[in-house]
Design a protein around this ligand. Structure first.
Ligand SMILES: Cc1cc2nc3c(=O)[nH]c(=O)nc-3n(C[C@H](O)[C@H](O)[C@H](O)COP(=O)(O)OP(=O)(O)OC[C@H]3O[C@@H](n4cnc5c(N)ncnc54)[C@H](O)[C@@H]3O)c2cc1C
Length: 805
């Protein structure tokens, strides 16, 4: 066994082997994998092996595609068969929401050039003669789907990795991982230690325990999952080809042919069981769990209605094994919060599908510091400490039970919530706040009149007019929102400015009290973070980021501080509450509560900050506005939030101050043409593609500047455009294809209806040649082509006159 390696991967399942393979493809051969049993002996060996393309997100669809492509082609490279069956797959839609969802996913797959068809009952019957489909509204057919033999595929990836120089140590248990003073990791096994630069936790059902060695409390829960295999059936024997895999939301089951019988995999809609909550015995290896068929009865009854021919057949095999789940159903891929070069590659619930894609993109991340896809929804730092324990258990069980149900836009399931609230939570609820959650924080989506229940969906819903009223209140008078969820940091010390200058692509604030918006870039120029920097003194800065970026941006700051630098970075998110006060009357409201000079003439101009008192409460007031109006963010000690809120509300009564929620916030920022981190601004592109040249510091000297300068010189093939859409009952929500005739020339990133400008608006990335204002093309929204035109300027207040009033 080696004593030193560049990377040590702990765990030889589909994810660990996939990563090892792709690390060698990135050119790193000094990489090893340590497996306590045999390869695949965790969850991988007994999986059903399905590899679907149908998935709700664009990056995830790209990642899934890596799996099916690799499994098809790996034998040629390695000589090791993967057991790939390219039988295709059909997912069934039983209601209008699912039909809408299918159109949306089809748009994404069309953009990625992954073959898919929306088909009717007759075509479904032709493809799969054993199905009863009278209740089916539509089928989503992906002919290039299939299933693979998970053990063979994993061994094939391992063989490919070995060909690339990797070493694999089987029957070797990792006992501990320790950070050394040198910054390297020591991986301690029962056969000796390996010192490495990077360590990867790909330990499947044991990942939570492996993480505990380094102080992590990962939100991973093992769920019990069954499938059954029937005896041979004459109806299956009579088929002239293997029918597609089927996913059936009614029974919450998948079906595929297995030899001459049928394999049925139910996800219990109720009563699903978590397993190993107190830890999994390290000796658990190549084992299954005791079947609990009584839990499956409901699903199996419905499965029998879908494929009646198996009803009288004997069941020849029942498999019940652990699957890792997380609160949002996604895996954990990327850096562990607070640790340098400790990576997570675990928590996958469809890991046979995802192992190769996880491997490919994590290998890019480890080797190049950036991936070619947007990994924000995969990054483990989307969870904080709040996500562990009971929350993780409740959410993961719910996710498992809802596995085959669509997550509708606007839907934030109640299970496990609330977990992170401000002092205004109950008061605002009484005023009608309907909450969604972000990074654990409860945030009002909108304020509903008594008795209104939000109907979720892909189209405009019954809260459309309410959002309009909230938007108009902000634009016409004054609105207030609790946005305490902002991530907040203090950066202090003699070298604080130096650190921020290295990280920020924009120029830093020049005077005390100046505020600047800046992006931080990777060495490859991708947009990694976006933050608002307020200079309190030359050696003291106050930074704000989006709620979901709390740990991500903290890591970026902390890990870029050079040892010996005099800089202290503190996460003060929970210390300060934030009220956003916005609208033409906001100055009137605030001046009734403060002696401070709030006028432009008095120096309180746009992008300035001052410490003032509001209703006797000390407040750091930032004159910034994400909604594009005269307004302030009022930052106070968290325990003063309620007093501040109550004072502002009573002072605002005469101006009919109105609460607004995140739906209105999004609509208002779209009217103003403000780009959002995570949707428009991602590591996939630089500030040049994003049309953000005015946020680039001319002198350079920041991380990623060389790439940005080069792109500025050479030009880029992709451009962010801001567009008006001729929509009717559905607006863009991102990930819709853009068409020029029959050619797909781009993809949307986000959108909303602008109630005050009465326009449906969206952002999209389009190929060169389509970015000029006035250019017209079409966007496919829920299967309908909508005419779209590129706008030259923001739909609201293009001169910033209102913002600067
Ligand atoms: C019944 C069933 C059916 C499924 N069907 C499908 C399907 O059709 N399609 C699909 O995509 N997914 C399916 N899955 C899910 C899939 O099996 C898992 O998501 C996937 O196997 C996870 O792979 P992994 O590499 O993360 O974990 P694992 O396969 O569990 O690998 C982790 C490895 O780490 C090793 N390890 C742990 N701790 C240590 C240590 N301290 N030292 C050394 N080694 C260690 C373990 O021994 C294990 O081999 C199914 C799961 C079940 C239970």
């Amino acid at each position: 066994m080696k004593t030193h390696a560049r990377v040590v991967v702990i765990g030889g399942g589909a994810l660990g082997a996939g990563l090892l393979y792709f690390l060698t493809k990135e050119g790193w051969d000094d990489v090893v994998l340590v497996e306590k049993g045999e390869l695949t002996s965790g969850s991988t060996w007994h999986a059903a092996g399905l590899v679907p393309h149908f998935i709700g997100g664009l990056s995830m669809a790209k990642l899934h595609h890596v799996g099916s492509e690799l499994y098809k082609n790996l034998e040629r490279e390695t000589g090791q068969a993967t057991g790939w069956h390219g039988c295709g797959a059909i997912r069934l839609a039983l209601n209008d929401d699912e039909v809408d969802w299918f159109h949306h996913v089809k748009g994404m797959l069309d953009y990625l050039d992954i073959e898919c068809h929306l088909i009717g009952q007759d075509e479904i019957r032709t493809l799969h003669p054993l199905l009863i489909v009278e209740d089916v509204k539509m089928g989503f057919y992906t002919p290039t789907d299939g299933h693979t033999d998970p053990a063979s595929s994993t061994h094939a990836m391992a063989a490919g990795a070995r060909l690339g120089g990797a070493e694999i140590y089987r029957q070797t248990q990792v006992l501990d991982t320790r950070l050394l003073d040198s910054g390297e990791w020591e991986v301690i096994t029962d056969k000796g230690s390996i010192i490495c630069e990077h360590v990867v936790n790909a330990a499947g059902s044991f990942a939570k325990q492996v993480g505990e060695w380094v102080g992590l409390d990962l939100p991973i829960v093992n769920m019990e999952h069954h499938y059954l295999v029937t005896e041979n059936l004459p109806e299956v024997e009579a088929l002239d080809r293997e029918p597609p895999v089927v996913r059936d939301p009614k029974a919450s089951c998948y079906y595929r042919q297995e030899q001459q019988g049928i394999l049925i995999g139910p996800y219990e809609k109720q009563g699903a069981q978590a397993w190993g909550l107190n830890g999994v015995d390290w000796s658990f290896d190549m084992e299954l769990l005791s079947p609990a068929l009584e839990r499956l009865e409901g699903s199996l009854e419905q499965a029998a209605q879908r494929i009646p021919c198996w009803t009288d057949a004997g069941i020849k095999r029942v498999v019940n094994g652990p699957i890792t789940h997380t609160p949002d159903g996604g895996f954990l891929l990327g850096p562990a919060a607070g640790l340098r070069n400790y990576w997570l590659c675990c928590g996958a619930s469809i890991g046979i599908t995802q192992g190769p894609g996880c491997g490919k993109y994590l290998a890019q991340w480890i080797v190049h510091g950036q991936t070619e896809i947007n990994v924000r929804d995969m990054d483990p730092r989307r969870y904080g400490q709040w996500a562990s324990g009971d929350y993780a258990i409740a959410k993961s069980i719910d996710e498992y039970q809802q596995m085959y149900q669509p997550y509708l836009p606007g839907e934030y399931r109640e299970v496990g919530r609330p977990i992170r609230v401000t002092a205004l939570y109950k008061d605002l609820k009484q005023k009608g706040a309907i909450y969604g959650d972000s990074f654990g924080w409860e945030r009002p989506k909108f304020f509903a009149p008594k008795g209104l229940n939000e109907v979720y969906g892909f189209r405009r819903t019954n809260v459309f007019d309410i959002i309009g009223k909230e938007c108009r209140a902000v634009r016409e008078s004054v609105g207030i929102a609790d946005l305490s969820s902002f991530a907040k940091y203090e950066v202090k010390g003699r070298d604080a400015r130096g650190l921020l200058e290295r990280l920020c692509a924009n120029r830093l604030p020049r005077r005390d009290g100046d505020v600047v918006l800046s992006q931080m870039l990777t060495t490859l120029g991708g947009i990694e973070c976006e933050t608002t920097v307020t200079r309190l003194t030359e050696e003291h800065y106050y930074l704000l980021s989006g709620a979901v970026a709390e740990l991500h941006d903290l890591d970026w700051l902390v890990q870029h501080a050079i040892p010996g630098e005099d800089v202290a970075i503190t996460n003060v998110t929970d210390d300060y509450g934030v009220l956003v006060l916005a609208g033409p009357k906001s100055r009137d409201v605030l001046s009734g509560l403060s002696d401070a000079d709030l006028t432009n003439e008095g120096g309180f101009t746009w992008m300035r900050a001052k410490d003032i008192t509001v209703g006797g409460i000390p407040v750091r007031a930032l004159r910034v506005s994400y909604v594009g109006e005269l307004g302030w963010e009022l930052h106070c000690k968290m325990d003063m939030l309620k007093s501040l809120h109550d004072a502002v509300i009573s002072a605002g009564e005469k101006n009919n101050i109105r609460h607004f929620g995140t739906y209105a916030l999004n609509a208002l920022r779209m009217e103003k043409g403000y780009k959002a981190w995570g949707s428009e601004l991602t590591t996939e592109i630089s500030l040049i593609e994003a049309d953000m040249r005015r946020f680039i510091r001319k002198e350079g000297g920041y991380i990623g500047s060389q790439v940005v300068q080069q792109k500025k010189k050479d030009g880029v093939p992709l451009h962010l455009v801001y567009c008006e859409v001729e929509a009717d009952d559905a607006d863009s929500m991102g990930n819709e294809p853009i068409y020029d005739g029959d050619n797909i020339i781009g993809i949307t990133t986000s959108g909303a209806y602008g109630h005050c400008v009465q326009k449906s608006l969206m952002f999209a990335y389009v190929n060169s040649g389509f970015e000029s204002p006035g250019t017209s093309f079409e966007v496919g929204i829920l299967g309908k082509r909508r005419k779209t035109i590129v706008l030259a300027e923001s739909a609201w207040d293009p001169t910033n006159a209102r913002l600067k009033a």
